[in-house]
Design a protein around this ligand. Sequence first.
Ligand SMILES: Cc1ncc(COP(=O)(O)O)c(C=O)c1O
Length: 509
Amino acid sequence: MHRFDADTADLMRAVFDATRLRLGFDQVPLDGPATPVELAARVGQTITPGGLGGRRALELFDEVLARACISADHPRNLAFIPAAPTRSSVMFDLLVGASSIYGGSWMEGAGAVHAENEALRWLADLAGLPAAAGGVFVPGGTVGNLSALVAARGAARARLLAEGRPLPSRWRFICGDEAHSSLYQAAAVLDAEIVPIPTGADGRLTGPLLAAALAGFAREDASVREGASIREDASAVRGLRPDGHDHGDDGGGGYGDDGGGGHGDGEAGRDAAALGVFAVVATAGTTQFGVVDDIRGIVDVAREHRLWVHADGAYGLAALAAPSARVRFDGIADVDSFIVDPHKWLFAPFDACALLYRDPAQGLAAHGPQRADYLEVLDSHTNWNPSDYAIGLSRRARGLPFWFSLATHGTQAYADAIEATLATTRAAAAQITARPELELVREPELSVVVFRRRGWTDTDYQQWSSGLLRAGFAFVPPTRVAGEAVARFAIVNPRTTPDDIGAILSTML
Ligand SMILES: Cc1ncc(COP(=O)(O)O)c(C=O)c1O
């Protein structure tokens, strides 16, 4: 199994041939799902005491299993957020896999970590983060958001403790009501409350909406404390505090003290952490519509309230590389952390999310180093160990395929490719507007187009979508907006053309 012999050489050729074939397709087949029963019938028992042999296992993968996986990189796969990895990134991914690189620590993976950090630096520079910024590639936006929020809560907690102030009984973070579902997962893991703010018709969380939410929390808090102090006064008449202890001086800086760093509504005393709010998440490109929150306004309000701003740009922040879209991200230079997934719109293979901290010390404080005698040698004080900056210890150097592609093609090619998808999106919107049977639900901001086919029911959308997939033509599942089924294109593939869009729209007559 571990020796390189004639069988290994034969299998290597077969695997490389299959890879060469897949990489060489001008247009990959779309393929489509199968049921567990169908797959079991077609592949039979694959895990056996004696093994099937590499050739047979590869044949099963090639002929059955791979064909039951929809190609995320097909130009007419416009579902969810698809993928469009460059060929160079995919080729290099093979080498990364073959190189057995441990990417968790500098000691073990210095060369890989250096290269990953170069790619992270490019992203940090696009955003305008300071030179000290840094981070790590994690498996996806979900883990990236969670890791950033863990750091944000850690920072809020540490600050309150350092200032000798009480911790809130419950932590919460704020986002817009169109923010990604992974934030709800993060809230569950953190055992914190997520506060989705209603954003209105444009779906955008703004500075004023954030300010109003914080003012509401402050009012709630003040009335709770007022109620407590009325109860306290009543108890004082009886000579006891409500908790049964003798009435005594609270000492400065207690929960009920608004002066100097308290949490009242007064300008000097604003502190979201004291209200239990440890972060606001600005979405830089919502999944459903591609809407970019008012990052500048959010940052400005957050600064007044000493509040951590995390930008979820898993999908949308790729467009920082496109000059025509940059203006939408005003304020991004001032966030505390952000994520962007190279496996979405930055042309890398699954899976990679870049997590960046403005001050990596905050990430380190929350995530590293893990306490274990056997890990001390990794020396997190002098070394940049990626696993110190997010959840998880062992890690694939998953930023390397992205780095290789960037290094190979140069950043201008990225700008051009993203601009191409934006141009296709504009063409799609124009085609939809020109067709009387179709109607845009909202004007696209980035590369997501949501539109309705007038007169269609849920069943019409479902039948249309299933038909396209069955025919191997396109993958365009419907979505839902305010309960209504509608169609949605997410365009991240520079090889998706206006003609592809036109051909799909023509199937909706
Ligand atoms: C805005 C946004 N945030 C977070 C995520 C979660 O990212 P991942 O699927 O990489 O975990 C997504 C996924 O589509 C997303 O669009």
